[in-house]
Write a protein that binds this ligand. Structure first.
Ligand code: SF4
Length: 333
């Protein structure tokens, strides 16, 4: 059965974002992790069952997240198993890069990981420290090199908080041009309840691309359906830069992502307050169709479009009222 399930807004289920742990070895300002795992983490077999059934329902891409997924005990064995069973077309991972040394990069590549996204929020150690990245700047730079050395396609995520690292957009563009990697500039979002988000802390995608274009002319490439990134090509041929503009240019209309936490709770939106516990259906004695029914029913009733609602509400100068959503490190960003 490979039909793709459609939700209430006719959006297909195509991407599973699976968190492997809520623990992290950094404390980024926009996330502020608790650094502890929930009880009852999914087992290796439960994770595989989830990916297998999600793939039957149309999921073509699996993104492994956290907290910090490189902290997850059986990461390489899990990647190997997903690849060995040919469950998804694209298997990628988002990491802060701190643990990505050469042996880890080789291990991920050999296990079958298709690509990696590394977070780096500044082009110098002081900014990274200010952003909650500790003294990780040099290690993360080295991690980019390790990924490239083993031919693991790598992109860089940078969350831009106008009042903290807003001055780093052009220096980071320069660093990524020099490294030959795509920089993904992420508008700061009101994820979770701890980062003290305010609308005036957001540097919009339009502002960021204008800053870059002032130095290096850009050619728009647009945003692919279902993708979060709007991409721009440097006209001098030095690569691509992209923006994830959840605040100023929301992309809920074709959002095809389901998030599942490390303890098996499914969220149909990054900003959803209500999750669905999949653990009973993930029990080894439960046949796959039980989980397939639960996921299909969950997706069919989905109508989330929080970022669009936030954008509309901001025009009426009032924030959308919502119960507290889960923390970023728990839902996996
Ligand atoms: S706000 Fe929710 S529905 Fe909109 S793009 Fe993000 S996860 Fe998807």
């Amino acid at each position: 059965m490979t039909s793709s399930s459609l939700d209430q807004l006719d959006r297909p289920l195509e991407v599973l974002r699976l968190s492997l742990t809520a623990r992290c070895n950094l404390a980024c300002r926009y996330c502020r992790p608790e650094n502890q795992d929930p009880h009852h983490l999914l087992t290796h077999q439960q994770r595989l069952k989830l990916v297998r059934v999600a793939a039957q329902l149309g999921c073509r891409r699996l993104r492994l997240t956290g907290g910090e997924p490189l902290l997850a005990a059986d990461l390489l064995a899990f990647i190997q198993a997903v690849k060995a069973q040919d469950l998804v077309e694209d298997l990628c991972l988002t990491s802060n890069g701190v643990l990505l040394d050469r042996p880890m990069a080789e291990g991920l590549k050999q296990a079958g990981l298709d690509r990696i996204t590394i977070s780096l929020d500044g082009a110098n150690p002081q900014t990274v420290l200010r952003m909650g990245g500790g003294n990780s700047f040099e290690r993360v730079l080295a991690a980019i090199g390790h990924a490239q050395a083993v031919h693991l396609p790598v992109k860089i995520n940078m969350v831009v908080m106008a009042h903290c690292n807003g001055d780093q957009v052009v220096p980071m563009a320069r660093l990524c041009r020099d490294q030959g990697v795509e920089l993904r500039l992420i508008e700061y979002m009101d994820v979770g309840n701890r980062n003290g988000w305010q609308p005036h802390h957001v540097l919009t995608a339009a502002t960021m691309t204008a800053q870059i274009a002032h130095h290096w002319p850009l050619q728009p490439m647009g945003r692919q359906l279902g993708s979060t990134a709007r991409r721009w090509r440097y006209t001098d041929g030095t690569g691509v830069v992209s923006t994830i503009a959840s605040i100023s240019e929301p992309f809920c209309g074709d959002c095809n992502r389901l998030r599942v936490t490390a303890d098996g709770v499914a969220y149909t939106c990054l900003f959803a307050s209500q999750g669905t516990d999949l653990k009973p259906a993930l029990h080894p004695q439960q046949p796959d169709p039980i989980l397939a029914q639960q996921l299909t029913a969950l997706w069919h009733q989905r109508h989330d479009r929080y970022s669009e609602e936030r954008a509309m509400a901001s025009q009426q100068t009032k924030a959308p009222v919502r119960p507290p959503p889960p923390e970023m490190a728990y839902i996996g960003g």
